[in-house]
Design a protein around this ligand. Structure first.
Ligand code: GLY
Ligand code: MN
Ligand code: MN
Length: 404
């Protein structure tokens, strides 16, 4: 990745800091076996570093910005177990940050800077009382009595304007993730047969992603057959696929942490039943209409309202509801979200679309009592004049799906 791009991101972030404001971003901790390491996304966006427990500190005073990075010191007694830690020199080369020290020095540097500061932004997460405090919250609870004049803010406020619209490099990563996911979906549709287990289909996607160098998914794959497709967050993927089942896939490989997020629904037999086809055709028509609406100036709210209006009409047509408000029984999520480093990315939920944003469009109808769940989801880049469907190559027309 181009170091100039990282530097531009850090400069833009610093522009949004007032004098006597600073920010601290803690990298992710080591994963607990058997989960793989997933970097904290803001830390990654600003440093391109995939190392645990590092810390980024940016401060502004007298209109000058200082940037400090802290990395873990190598522990020779652990090398045989976990390998060498990245050296400060290497971290400096990858990130383009000149001042790199060991994490042992972080508190001293923070203290020296914080005494002149009014506000510090941290990457803490909203959490409930039952959850353990994250690194940022632990640090705040430790220092707050020492700096009573220092106020605290969430880094999301500063990062949202940067991450909401994607640069060219980010679009390339998303496209690579989407293309690998497309290959996985194609392989699944070709090979799926009744009697297979859902996880066998998941394995085909993993194979296609890994064999293209993408070593993790953006989120736990959903491979849901028959009745399972009507459970929105089903991801056990451990049931046998029945003869007339529809299979709902909601999957996305990740490239450099950028996540694809694509849903397709297909009949395992290769042929929709009449009822499945009816429901599918409604969802497909709605999805295409919503995608066509996308251009700068349109709001996410308008997309959601139009979806609800169309789904309600479809549910009447399918004989499922008598009153409009009953639509919630069969459609209970929103039509899309920003997509990027996080699958549900940091952009505002009520955003007015502008060029460079990437959003999903994913209407669905879920009829539990009929063992039918249909969702169709594409990843859409907002352009100056309209949109580009980044996942357009993945079949979704009834004739294309039945051909497979
Ligand atoms: N895979 C989660 C979603 O579609 O939003
Ligand atoms: Mn999805
Ligand atoms: Mn989605």
């Amino acid at each position: 990745m181009d170091i100039d791009l990282l530097q531009t991101r850090r400069e833009k972030l610093a522009e949004n800091l007032n004098n006597n404001e600073m920010l601290v971003i803690f990298a992710a901790s080591e994963p607990t076996y058997p989960r793989y390491f997933l970097q904290e996304k803001n830390f990654f966006y600003l440093t391109n570093l995939e190392i645990p427990k590092a810390i980024l500190l940016i401060a502004k005073s007298n209109n000058k910005t200082s940037i400090n990075l802290f990395v873990e010191r190598n522990d020779p007694t652990l090398t045989v177990w976990i390998g060498e830690k990245m050296s400060p020199q290497e971290a400096a080369e990858i990130s383009g940050i000149k001042k790199v020290a060991f994490t042992d020095d972080f508190e001293k540097t923070f203290q020296a800077l914080a005494s002149n500061m009014k506000k510090c932004y941290f990457n803490y997460k909203k959490s409930s009382l039952e959850e353990p405090l994250d690194r940022a919250k632990q640090f705040i609870s430790k220092i707050k009595d020492y700096f009573p004049a220092l106020s605290y803010g969430s880094i999301d406020e500063l990062m949202r304007p940067l991450r909401e619209r994607k640069d060219e490099w980010e679009i390339e990563q998303l496209q690579t993730a989407i293309d690998a996911t497309a290959k996985g979906i194609e392989t699944i549709m070709k090979n799926a047969k009744m009697g297979m287990m859902e996880y066998e289909l998941e394995a085909l996607l993993n194979y296609e992603a890994l064999s293209r160098g993408l070593h993790h998914m953006g989120f736990k794959s959903i491979v849901a057959a028959g009745h399972n497709a009507a459970t929105l967050h089903y991801s056990d993927n451990n049931c046998e696929i029945g003869k007339d089942d529809l299979v709902l896939l909601d999957v996305g490989a990740a490239c450099k942490n950028y996540s694809a997020d694509i849903s397709r629904t297909f009949p395992v037999s290769g042929k929709f039943t009449q009822r499945q086809r009816q429901v599918y055709a409604e969802v497909l028509n709605i999805q295409k209409t919503i995608i066509e609406m996308i251009k700068p100036g349109v709001t996410m709210k308008e997309l959601n309202n139009k979806t609800v209006e169309m789904i309600t009409a479809s549910l009447h047509k399918l004989g499922l509801i008598k009153q409009d408000k009953e639509y919630k029984k069969y459609y209970m999520h929103s039509v899309g979200h920003h997509l990027g480093l996080d699958t549900h990315d940091i952009g505002r939920r009520d955003a007015t679309l502008s060029a460079g944003m990437v959003i999903t469009v994913e209407p669905g109808i879920y009829i539990s009592e009929e063992n039918i769940g249909v969702r169709i989801e594409d990843d859409i880049l907002v352009t100056e004049n309209g949109y580009k469907n980044l996942s357009a190559a993945i079949p979704k027309e009834i004739e294309e799906i039945e051909k497979d």
